[in-house]
Design a protein around this ligand. Structure first.
Ligand SMILES: Cc1cc2nc3c(=O)[nH]c(=O)nc-3n(C[C@H](O)[C@H](O)[C@H](O)COP(=O)(O)OP(=O)(O)OC[C@H]3O[C@@H](n4cnc5c(N)ncnc54)[C@H](O)[C@@H]3O)c2cc1C
Length: 361
């Protein structure tokens, strides 16, 4: 928005821009946005270039397949969240955006009015990029259906490692899975998901005893257990399914990212889709009057985002298979690896090949 000439102020409730340890996979579609913003060199210098993704039988530790990620342009990369956040924040400030931390938005009102804990403000356009508990979404869609617990909880943790190859491993077990990938030569990111019947609250700031994580995967092979043994601090949260917003804008407010469409972390797309949304919204606002720009933005985004969310939900099912279904799926992965390895990523061509810069407002 600042590049297009807007006078931008970011209001962030956190006292400082800081991300607790966890990783993000940035896929070529998200990377193309970063490149189109002129931050391609910083992107290429940040994080780790991913070489492959390897579905693995968590119970035996057997690698079922190895699908190459090293050929994509831009590169598929593993980032520490803090690195990506810094890259984007520096880029925004360099374009003249002001980032104000320690300000919480309590409520929005018509006419671009923003009520904060520091008093009221006004803007020509308010962009709600305020995550799963979005104040802006409530303004755009006061009757939104409540989120539903998916029956799955997830732990996230970062552990020490040494010289692990830049491969995302998907360790699959009945009713559970773990994704591991390195963030640097010394640190590895872990997301572990388990099916459960009960959970109270959505959010990802619940510290949990790492023993609970280890117990959940105690029947798995020694390679995975050795990684989990290194967990010193883990956070646990319940995974909730939210409907994609029906209304992505109202009056002078637009929503994007998790505010409009919280995405389960089974396809590594939530942040990538948020980047795409932001770019397309800025394009629409630069090219059209506001009353046309906001509906056009929603029209350009909603179907694509819904398709990505459906694909993420399907992954959760496929990772957690048991019995004969599991054996057949593992056999299929092995065959795909040998006979048609390009098919694995090729199925997601519609997702990864997307170029938001080519979108016409
Ligand atoms: C374990 C895990 C792994 C994931 N892995 C990946 C991955 O590999 N790749 C990927 O693309 N995505 C991944 N995701 C999803 C991704 O993290 C989210 O989709 C993404 O962070 C959404 O970005 P956002 O900017 O919309 O919201 P957020 O990242 O939630 O940011 C919202 C911001 O708004 C601020 N805020 C909220 N309310 C207010 C308020 N009222 N006033 C002021 N400020 C406010 C918050 O403090 C926060 O800084 C993962 C998610 C999880 C949980």
């Amino acid at each position: 928005m600042a590049q297009a000439g807007a006078n931008v102020t970011v209001l962030e409730q956190a006292a400082e821009l800081r991300e607790v340890g966890a990783g993000l996979q940035v896929t070529p579609n998200g990377a193309r946005v970063i490149r189109a913003l002129g931050l391609g060199a910083d992107y290429d210098a940040g994080g780790l270039a991913a070489a492959a993704v390897s579905p693995t039988d968590a119970l035996t530790g057997r690698v079922l397949a190895r699908f190459d990620l090293g050929h994509t342009d831009p590169a598929y990369r593993f980032f520490h969240r803090a690195t990506l956040q810094r890259l984007l924040a520096d880029g925004a400030v360099a374009q003249g955006a002001a980032i104000r931390t320690g300000i919480r938005v309590d409520r929005l009102a018509r006419g671009g009015r923003i009520m904060t804990d520091e008093g009221a403000r006004e803007a020509d356009l308010v962009i709600g990029a305020d995550g799963i508990h979005s104040v802006a979404r409530r303004f755009c869609e006061p009757d939104a259906r409540p989120a539903e617990f998916t029956g799955q909880v997830a732990w996230r943790a970062v552990v020490s490692c040494s010289d692990v190859p830049p491969v995302a491993r998907i360790w699959m077990a009945p009713g559970r899975h773990v994704v591991t990938y390195p963030l640097s030569a010394e640190r590895m990111n872990i997301v572990a998901v388990q099916e459960r019947t009960e959970w109270a609250e959505e959010g990802w700031h619940h510290p949990d005893d790492p023993e609970n994580l280890r117990t959940a995967f105690a029947d798995c092979g020694p390679d995975l257990r050795a990684i989990l043994d290194r967990v010193e601090e883990a956070r646990l949260w319940g995974l909730f399914r939210h409907p994609v917003a029906r209304h992505w804008h109202n009056d002078r407010v637009a929503i994007l990212g998790d505010a409009a469409h919280p995405t389960l972390p089974f396809l590594a797309q939530g942040a990538n889709l948020a980047l795409e949304d932001a770019f397309v919204l800025a394009r629409c606002c630069a090219g059209l009057p506001l009353d046309k720009a906001l509906p056009r933005y929603q029209a350009l985004r909603r179907d694509r985002v819904s398709r990505a969310i459906d694909a993420a939900n399907a992954n959760a099912r496929n990772y957690h298979l048991s019995g004969a279904g599991r054996r057949v799926a593992h056999l299929g992965l092995g065959l795909m690896d040998r006979l048609a390895p390009a098919l694995f990523l090729g199925r997601f061509g519609w997702l990864y090949d997307y170029d938001p810069a080519a979108v016409t407002p």
